[in-house]
Ligand binder design. Structure first.
Ligand code: ASP
Length: 324
């Protein structure tokens, strides 16, 4: 009995520092890792979320861009970060396509991360440089088919949402053309504005302001229904590509082993941020639909991530696109 008590006391002593660390959480700056360049859509959404989650957690939340290899470099960095709640990962649909697109990944998507919750859904838009010689999607498709040797499409690397949308587009119009990878669609947008690339498919969070300012041409939104931020822009289906649909879901993760009380606080802060009407409006202006309270939970994100990995695996396998 005495021995059992001693063992118990020892165990409690051992657990104390962990419990304290979680009790005191957060006591310093939290960093959200964004897997693409600054100035792009993922970065924009993450900076907004950081501000509102920081308010909820009463601490500063900053964003660090770890761009490269379609988001997989950042994922590797997060997987090997200390599981203490101070490194948080903001990623999108690309987290679920990478396991099929990359033959070797330096992390295991389902094993090396804890899920915090879904963040939201963003529509994509097919946009082109301002002087691209096509006035609507039908003309654009005809032009791309006729000039496939010379047109090019920007994306944020293999596994990015822009890459995925481009792959679906190529397959829908049964035409291959050159793609140009960037470390994010922020820099890709700069080149589109400068006329160095012809077109790209990117989240509305990066394109709405350029579309409204008339600095790029837009041919369609990729969601089933139109987006309230761009009411005059037809869906790709309306514009002539039946069945063409893709939207970019986003989620929040932490490294495996992050204590449950810490995850619970992050979940609460995420839910509080997403329920804030000001953030809701800013998301809506960017064509983003915030996750509901039920979606902004570890269970919902884990189930969605798993379902998306399973959904994309056969599609990508069939397309035969791989990175080494
Ligand atoms: N969202 C972009 C993509 O996945 C990348 C970025 O955020 O810069 O294509």
């Amino acid at each position: 009995m005495k021995k059992a008590l001693l063992v118990l006391a020892g165990l409690l002593l051992f657990a104390a520092p962990l419990a304290n660390a979680a009790d005191q959480y957060p006591s310093k700056v939290i960093t959200i890792i964004v897997p693409f360049s600054a100035g792009g859509p993922t970065d924009t959404s993450a900076r907004l979320l950081a501000q509102y989650m920081g308010e909820a957690l009463k601490t500063q939340v900053i964003v660090e861009n770890v761009a490269g290899a379609g988001g997989t470099m950042a994922a590797a960095r997060v997987a090997s970060s200390p599981p203490d709640g101070y490194t948080v990962f903001f990623h999108h649909i690309g987290f679920s396509t990478a396991p099929s697109l990359y033959r070797k990944l330096p992390y295991d998507t389902l094993r090396d991360f804890e899920t915090v919750g879904m963040i939201g859904d963003v529509a994509m838009t097919m946009v082109a440089r301002k002087d691209f010689p096509a006035k609507d999607l039908k003309e654009m498709i005809a032009y791309v088919k006729a000039n496939k040797e010379k047109v090019n499409m920007a994306n944020a690397g293999l596994g990015a949402a822009s890459h995925l949308c481009g792959m679906l587009f190529m397959s829908a119009i049964q035409t291959d053309f050159t793609t140009i990878p960037y470390k994010g669609t922020g820099p890709a947008m700069n080149d589109l504005l400068g006329g160095q690339v012809d077109f790209m498919c990117d989240q509305t969070s990066n394109t709405v302001s350029q579309i409204k300012a008339g600095k790029v041409k837009v041919y369609g939104v990729t969601t089933k229904t139109r987006v309230s931020a761009l009411p005059d822009v037809p869906t790709m289906q309306e514009a002539g590509l039946p069945g063409f649909e893709v939207s970019v879901w986003q989620g929040l993760y932490v490294p495996k082993g992050t204590p449950k009380p810490v995850i619970d606080m992050l979940v609460k802060a995420l839910q509080t941020a997403l329920a804030d009407p000001t953030l809701g409006q800013r998301f809506a202006d960017l064509g983003t639909v915030p996750a509901t309270r039920e979606q902004a939970t570890p269970e919902a994100l884990r189930a969605h991530l798993k379902a998306e990995i399973d959904k994309w695996a056969p599609i990508i396998k069939k397309a035969g696109v791989y990175a080494d």
